[in-house]
Design a protein around this ligand. Structure first.
Ligand code: IPD
Ligand code: CA
Length: 281
């Protein structure tokens, strides 16, 4: 425990994550010109999806920043390469990354994709202490440090105060072959809501709950990786919004590219309770 606290204090993780983001933007910039053209197959990443050049370049930018710019030792938990230890003390720091969240948006020219990086003292969601999710198209960066609130481009953020389901903007990810099992659980909620959305980069959509852009985001597919969720989990909580399991319990999970989560994220307790009451289990 003492070691964990020392690690958190000695290293300015927020500064390092911001450096990772700017290096990542430099690494992927030359690839953006051709990203919508057919890409060679690079195999399946640790998270189970086909890897693209741009995903690997983004991951390389993160790893090289941590190693070459800061000489750090850490365990990388990434959607692309899986779990890899670097340096002499890899068990003191875990860096969980989805180098590009929303790769399909990026390759199709939909301007909504992000990078997501979380730092923790254990490979566990609850141990995340520093987080960054950066919207790479709009140059908007969300950050959070445990106990110190959440920011959007350095300005403190707070979730919305909306309590009416009818007026609320609610994101729902129904992107699954199991839609016939998932959709019926959500019908009563959808019936009461005028504004349903899904934008295609879940880490960023969670940050939209954190800063009040939308009022809730729901992913109960059991399909979203913890690599996509780790950073936004802290940003949501530090902003003062809620994130629980679909049963209203605290959300925790092992940080691993193969580990999946389901959750309800909501701007405030009133709207969260209304959503939970309408979800069919
Ligand atoms: C994807 C996005 C998408 C969600 C998928 C994720 P990726 O992340 O977050 O919105 O529907 O389940 O895999 O694969 O682009 O990192
Ligand atoms: Ca990804």
């Amino acid at each position: 425990m003492k070691t964990d606290r020392r690690m958190e204090k000695q290293v300015d993780w927020l500064k390092i994550l911001i450096k990772c983001r700017s290096n990542l933007q430099k690494y992927i910039a030359p690839l953006l010109k051709t990203v919508n053209q057919p890409q060679p197959s690079l195999g399946i990443g640790a998270g189970g999806d086909t890897m693209k050049h741009i995903d690997l370049a983004a991951e390389k930018a993160i790893t090289e920043t941590l190693l070459d710019d800061y000489g750090l030792s850490f365990t990388l938990i990434s959607e692309e390469s899986g779990v890899k230890a670097y340096g002499s003390n890899p068990k003191e720091t875990y860096v969980t990354a989805d180098p590009i969240d929303g790769t399909t948006n990026l390759t199709r020219g939909i301007p909504f994709y992000a990078t997501s990086i979380a730092v923790s003292t254990k490979p566990e969601l609850h141990a995340v202490h520093t987080a960054l999710v950066a919207d790479l198209f709009h140059d908007v960066t969300y950050t959070a440090k445990k106990g110190e609130g959440a920011q959007r481009n350095g300005q403190k953020i707070a979730p919305s105060k909306e309590t009416s389901l009818e007026e609320a903007v609610i994101g729902i990810d129904l992107n699954t072959y199991k839609v016939h099992e998932i959709a019926p659980r959500l019908t009563s909620l959808i019936e009461k809501t005028k504004h349903i959305r899904h934008l295609g980069a879940n880490a960023l959509e969670l940050c939209y709950v954190a800063d009040g852009t939308i009022d809730a985001f729901i992913d109960i597919r059991g399909k979203l990786r913890t690599t996509d969720t780790a950073a936004a989990w802290l940003i949501i909580r530090e902003a003062g919004a809620k994130i629980t399991t679909p049963y209203g319990k605290p959300l925790n999970a092992k940080l691993d590219p193969k580990e999946k989560v389901s959750f309800i994220a909501a701007a405030n307790q009133t709207i969260q309770k209304k959503i939970l009451a309408l979800l069919k289990n």
